[in-house]
Design a protein around this ligand. Structure first.
Ligand code: B12
Ligand code: SF4
Length: 487
């Protein structure tokens, strides 16, 4: 038997379909004996894993690992498994082993690291373990040879998603993952493409896919969602694609196909691409149920955008903020604070930019990011290579200090002074109180009003420092929020 494991990455109430593991199950379905363990759903995943390994002969433990809390869960489980069952090979796949391959292989409990798109590499690894193939000939695989030296085989080219079988939702308790969100009562997640063709030098996706990308056909996306709506009553979807809209003809066809399904949905896109779409295409997207689009707009300075290799102009973002209003789609704008070359100046610039966006579109939601570098194939944004070093083992990544870094909330980067970091956090609190997000469906109406009233003078006067009253109000509201299960 093969065990596919999704270590806990998020709170139980935020669980979603474990898509990474489901994609690997899709190519095993009907040909291999396998089981899925999901730490986001199972309250005791380590015990479940150990009892599976005790009861059945397990050929391989396959783990998906994303930087952040998931790495911490993976470290703990894999350590336990290696200790109790030292002969069972362990393979890691996903963003962590792809972007931090050396660190992954430095762990005594990781034997193989699968980089990038994983389906074919995984099947070939199984053949190798069954002595029918040489490990050296598997593209996308890194491993330790007999002397313990790390071997990195050439990268694997991306394969079109339509060539893989559909996801076997029947192998998980699918209904348990469909939760209420601001989009609907039963929200599913879906990813209709892999990678991204852009080259932003702060982004882990470039490292992962080398500025390449493959999209699913609109027909296949429609088929998957029709299945979810018809069999599980799904009425809302979050698309996890890094760039849901790349080509207008594709977007138009997809929108027309989604419209009859009556779903409300969210996705990520680029402002420049969508500014080139005609009103008719925008209208079709709105009709198909699109409620919110996330745009990584990153900065209000064209110089910084250029330095980020973002290939985007501030003018496009501002024009989009105004234009999207007529289609009644909420934009979610993510801004990266703290350019290492001038963190203080950049922070002030970002404040002005956010205010401009809110002036153009009061419904716009703002996501504040602190610049947190990811290893790049070429130079990193801000030229920060020499200013710090990344951890060299998953155990180090699992430490509190690096967990704070990986989750991007408190990166402790040498160029961001604690005072500036505090000011950015205070600004975020003032903006998110002045306009509480519509995505928080647990926020009661009185709480919303309280936050808006308390923060109004601060936002108007541009006084962000030390918003103790807002921190107090948020804590008090949090204590009185309804439980997620009762929604
Ligand atoms: C869903 C998601 C989450 C969910 C995870 C839900 C879950 N897994 O249960 C949540 C919301 C919790 C999350 C959180 C975070 N995430 Co996240 N997340 C994503 C997202 C949007 C989709 C991932 C996904 O499921 N894709 C669908 C599957 C099919 O694709 P896939 O994972 O790439 O899988 C393929 C391959 O990677 C490989 N593979 C993957 N796993 C395995 C396992 C095996 C055994 C094998 C063989 C192959 C394999 O094969 C698969 C099929 O080809 C990606 C962006 C993206 N579009 O990829 C970001 C992304 C992975 N997240 C990212 C980050 C940074 C985070 C956070 C740290 C952010 C934060 N500020 O807090 C947190 C912390 C993570 C944590 N809690 O541990 C970054 C990682 C970048 C990097 N540094 O490497 C990404 C790329 C977003 C981005 N653009 O920067 N995330
Ligand atoms: S930031 Fe967005 S557009 Fe840029 S490479 Fe990453 S996913 Fe692509």
């Amino acid at each position: 038997m093969i065990v596919l494991y999704n270590p806990k990455a998020t709170r139980h109430r935020n669980r979603r379909f474990p898509l990474s593991i489901l994609s690997i199950s899709a190519v095993l379905e009907g040909r291999e004996d396998y089981a899925i363990v999901d730490g986001n759903l199972d309250p005791h995943p380590d015990e479940t894993l150990l009892s599976l390994l005790r009861e059945k002969p397990v050929e391989l433990l396959a783990v998906t690992v994303m930087p952040g809390p998931q790495t911490r869960s993976a470290v703990k489980s894999c350590r336990d498994v290696r200790w109790n069952y030292p002969r069972i090979p362990i393979v890691w796949g996903g963003y962590f082993p792809t972007n931090y391959t050396e660190a992954a292989l430095n762990a005594p409990y990781v034997d193989f690291a699968i980089r990038g798109q994983g389906e074919d590499t995984f099947l070939e690894l199984l053949e190798a373990l069954r002595a029918r193939r040489d490990l050296k000939n598997i593209h996308g695989l890194s491993f330790k040879d007999e002397d313990g030296a790390h071997r990195h085989n050439p990268e694997r080219a991306l394969r079109a998603l339509d060539e893989f079988p559909p996801l076997p939702y029947h192998r998980i308790p699918a209904r348990d993952y469909l939760l209420p969100t601001f989009l609907g009562r039963r929200t599913a997640v879906h990813q209709a493409s892999i990678g991204c063709p852009y080259r932003c030098n702060f982004c882990g996706v470039v490292t992962f896919s080398g500025s390449r990308e493959k999209m699913e056909s609109p027909e296949r996306t429609e088929g998957s969602l029709r299945h979810l709506a018809g069999n599980y009553g799904v009425d809302a979807v979050q698309f996890y694609d890094n760039n849901f809209f790349l080509r207008e003809d594709h977007a138009r066809e997809l929108a027309d196909r989604l419209a009859p399904l009556n779903l409300r949905w969210w996705c990520e896109a680029r402002a420049d691409i969508m500014m080139r779409y005609s009103d008719a295409t925008w209208e079709a997207i709105r009709r198909s149920g699109c409620a919110m689009i996330f745009f990584g707009v990153e900065s209000g300075s064209n110089r910084t955008l250029k330095e980020m290799h973002k290939d985007l102009r501030v003018e496009d973002t501002l024009a989009l903020a105004a234009r999207i209003r007529q289609f009644k789609i909420i934009p979610e704008f993510s801004v990266i604070f703290g350019n290492p070359r001038d963190p203080e100046g950049d922070t002030r610039e970002c404040f002005r930019f956010v205010r401009k966006l809110k002036d153009l579109n009061r419904d716009a939601e703002i996501v504040v990011e602190h610049y947190t570098p990811v290893p790049q194939r070429e130079e990193m944004y801000g030229g920060v290579e020499k200013q710090f070093r990344f951890p060299t083992t998953p155990d180090e990544w699992a430490s509190d200090r690096w967990q704070r870094f990986a989750t991007q909330k408190d990166p402790f980067t040498p160029w961001l002074r604690p005072r500036t970091k505090r000011l950015i956090d205070d600004f975020e609190l003032v903006v998110s109180s002045r306009w509480p997000t519509v995505q928080d469906i647990r926020l009661p109406a009185w709480g919303r009003r309280l936050l808006q009233t308390l923060s109004a003078w601060r936002y108007r006067l541009g006084i962000y420092s030390a918003p103790w009253e807002l921190k107090w109000a948020q804590r008090m509201i949090e204590l009185r929020k309804p439980k997620a299960e009762s929604l």
